[in-house]
Design a protein around this ligand. Structure first.
Ligand code: DAH
Length: 341
């Protein structure tokens, strides 16, 4: 009889229903009036009196275990059914909103800048990221010993002939002059590469946007007015600009453009380091040597060019203090620009 009890105990323990109805079936089979437990109870009546105590305890244990297990299984199945009903079948439940992706802040700012210049008649031009020495340096009037050509700045892919990752989007100026004769009016966004240690203010990959305007009679005043228009459109109507003399191999004269600090209105604050001005881009009149290198007659044509870092403009526009945030693609950062669309 002990064997039979143990066998039943094992079946109770191992019972795994595949449907809720199986639990009830199992209960009737084991605990029901004509079930296996009652059959054992009948046998129990006839066992020798000295075995009754021991077997009685075993039977009680079997009854308790079977009842507990069946109740537990019932509850488990009821909960699962309730959950299913709630998650799949209840069509009146409110839906969960899918989060839509948003534009990256660098794309947002790039598109805004392109849009502003397209209103002035500029079209977008493109060029390769893997370039040669001619398009990045030589055609732009860089002397052979210029430090920008150095291994420390430029990622070289091959030496002799030099194949390299472009260090600035000015190379697209050269590509454009090869394709097109004046009048030229292009805006050229793109990725650039420099061998720099990564920090909050520098990265080895970043974005620039370049502008080039060549026609008869283009003057420095034209450049100043165009850049003032750009600054007002991007940073607000009250924005002013100033130009400081500078040097670039490909422009003469060259200037550095500052915009009035849009945080303090020019009074001086930590962002503009108390000066009231923020450096935003380089510009200048295209050097006659550059025009000549690209078969454009400098006696007939003149032009201006400018170049700026898109990360820098985005930092100033959105108050982002660490450049690395643009490259990490942390959604907590990116979602902050949802509204800016
Ligand atoms: N290429 C320069 C740089 O990477 C930026 C620049 C300065 C572009 C002056 C220009 C320019 O077209 O006229 O720092």
């Amino acid at each position: 009889m002990t064997d039979k009890i143990n066998e039943l105990l094992r079946r109770v323990e191992e019972f795994k229903p595949k449907a809720a109805a199986e639990i009830e079936e199992f209960r009737i089979k084991i605990l029901g009036k004509k079930g296996e437990l009652n059959a054992l109870m009948e046998d129990f009546k006839t066992v020798a009196p000295e075995l009754k105590r021991e077997l009685g305890q075993q039977l009680n244990r079997l009854k308790n275990e079977a009842t507990t297990r069946i109740n537990a299984l019932r509850e488990e199945w009821q909960n699962a059914a309730a959950e299913n009903a709630a998650s799949e079948d209840d069509l009146t439940r409110p839906g969960t909103a899918e989060h839509l992706g948003s534009r990256h802040p660098i794309s947002l700012v790039k598109n805004q800048i392109v849009e502003v210049f397209s209103r002035l008649g500029y079209t977008v031009a493109d060029g390769p990221e893997i370039e040669d020495d001619w398009h990045v340096f030589s055609a732009l009037n860089f002397p052979p010993e210029h430090p920008a050509r150095d291994m420390q700045d430029t990622f070289f892919i091959e030496k002799d002939p030099d194949i390299l990752l472009r260090t600035h989007t000015s190379s697209i100026q050269v590509r454009t002059m090869e394709r097109q004769k004046p009048p030229i009016r292009v805006i050229c966004p793109g990725r650039v590469f420099r061998n720099e240690a990564i920090s909050y203010r520098a990265h080895c990959i970043f974005h620039q946007i370049e502008g080039l305007y060549i026609d008869e009679g283009v003057s420095f005043a034209d450049m100043k007015q165009s850049l003032l228009y750009f600054a007002k459109e991007i940073f607000g109507e009250q924005t002013r600009i100033r130009m400081r003399p500078s040097y670039f191999p490909f422009t003469e004269p060259s200037a550095e453009v500052d915009v009035s600090c849009n945080l303090c209105g020019g009074k001086g604050c930590p962002v503009c380091k108390g000066t009231g001005w923020l450096e935003i881009m380089g510009c200048g009149m295209v050097d006659p040597n550059v025009l000549k290198a690209n078969d454009i007659d400098p006696e007939k044509y003149s032009g201006f060019a400018f170049g700026m870092g898109i990360e820098r403009v985005a930092m100033l526009k959105y108050g982002v203090k660490d450049l690395r945030l643009y490259f990490e693609n942390d959604v907590r950062f990116l979602h902050q620009f949802d509204e800016a669309l």
